[in-house]
Design a protein around this ligand. Structure first.
Ligand code: GLA
Length: 386
């Protein structure tokens, strides 16, 4: 749909007869550290310029009226309803956030809200966290309540875990809250300590959308999480103090591999090695060692493909194609898996050749036309003037 924040405001004025404030929360790309967040590990995402916008204004009653321009649907909820149930559609992300904010003790005002987004839905760029964070920020602001960004990220995750029913980790909501222009963010998902890591100006982050999204993605995500928990349960027989795979070293995993089924062992090996790669990759980026960063990306992809088994043939083809193009340091799938996007680290001067090379070879191999764009890391959630 055509649109943008300005059109969103025009439509709000026309249909809701009021003057809104506009709030924006970004999608994200993850440079490395996949499925490590719910294992108390490390991730290295960056916020995108693509974002979800919520135009909102407070109402005098206790109703939440929300219109999605993308879904072309308007729904109304009563903020005082006891024990609201999910509808199993897009509005669960909105309502779930309102419910979790109320459960955390916030007295929300009634709000009229209109939503628009240019984060592709199902593209693995976290359109859902962008929606949750934009909605949460808008609801708190319109209710004249203070916003604590880390608490907001946790509320978004809780809405997704407990209302939507997806057992995601904290990465997507956290970067939607704390992202900074020109930087990736290394997050310790246990302590929530983080540091910004500047993106080297000699390189570009290229995002390629494979244009496939396999329908079993959500079920497979929860089942991977279950495998990891099973790994912790079994390994704790030999390693009694461990709470998560974050606490297991590569040596310990090898030493106690016989406690695990072959599948659970491979799931654990992905997480344990991916944590190590993520911390090393952040250091490499800071030190300007782009070649090392690229090698770690390639290792991460192989580990997702062979051990965690969350890639698919189109994504593997796309990564292979990207990796062969001159000027590419490394490439990997990004996000939860089973389709979506790849991310490649590319020498700035090689970007045009990269775009053409990937588009042509991917089209030849799959018949699909990928969307390819340069990611300039943007800022986290804020109020904007359209
Ligand atoms: C999804 C989840 C995140 C994270 C990634 C995989 O995006 O929402 O919490 O687990 O998958 O790294």
């Amino acid at each position: 749909m055509a649109g943008g924040p300005r059109q969103l405001v025009d439509t709000f004025r026309r249909e809701f007869n009021g003057e809104p404030h506009v709030y924006r929360a970004p999608g994200r790309v993850n440079l490395i550290g996949e499925h490590t967040d719910y294992n108390d590990g490390f991730v290295l995402p960056a916020a995108l310029e693509l974002a979800t916008y919520a135009a909102a204004s407070a109402r005098p009653d206790r109703r939440l009226r929300v219109r999605s321009l993308l879904m072309d649907e308007t729904l109304e909820f009563d903020l005082d309803e006891v024990d609201p149930k999910p509808r199993k559609d897009w509005s669960d992300y909105v309502r779930g956030v309102a419910v979790m904010l109320a459960r955390a003790g916030h007295r929300l005002a009634g709000v009229d809200m209109m939503l628009w987004s240019d984060v592709p839905v199902g593209g693995g760029l976290s359109s859902s966290a962008a929606l949750e964070v934009a909605v949460g920020y808008a609801l708190l602001s319109e209710s004249k309540l203070d916003v604590d960004l880390t608490a907001l990220a946790l509320t978004g995750q809780r809405a997704e875990n407990e209302f939507v029913g997806m057992r995601c980790g904290i990465m997507d909501q956290f970067i939607a809250c704390h992202g900074a222009a020109g930087h990736a963010l290394l997050l310790d998902c246990r302590s929530l300590d983080w540091r910004l890591v500047p993106i080297d100006p000699k390189a570009r982050l290229m995002i390629c959308n494979s244009m496939v999204r396999h329908s079993h993605a959500a079920g497979e995500y929860n089942s991977r999480r279950h495998d990891c928990e099973e790994g912790v349960r079994l390994l704790s027989k030999a390693l009694p103090g461990i709470k998560a795979l974050r606490d297991v070293s590569i040596d310990q995993l090898e030493r106690h591999a016989e406690l695990l089924s072959p599948v659970v062992y491979r799931r654990c090996r992905h997480i344990v090695t991916e944590n190590d790669r993520t911390v090393r990759a952040a250091d490499a980026l800071e030190a300007g060692d782009l070649a090392l960063f690229g090698r770690l990306m390639a290792e991460s992809h192989a580990s997702m493909r062979d051990d965690f088994e969350i890639t698919c043939s189109e994504i593997d083809v796309m990564v292979e194609i990207a990796s062969r193009i001159p000027g590419v340091f490394g490439a990997r799938m990004t996000g939860g898996g089973f389709g979506g996007c790849t991310i490649s680290l590319v020498e700035a001067s090689a970007v045009e050749g990269f775009k053409q090379g990937v588009a042509n070879a991917y089209r030849d191999a799959t018949g699909l036309d990928p969307t390819i764009f340069t990611c300039s890391p943007g800022a986290g959630v804020s109020t904007v003037r359209p």
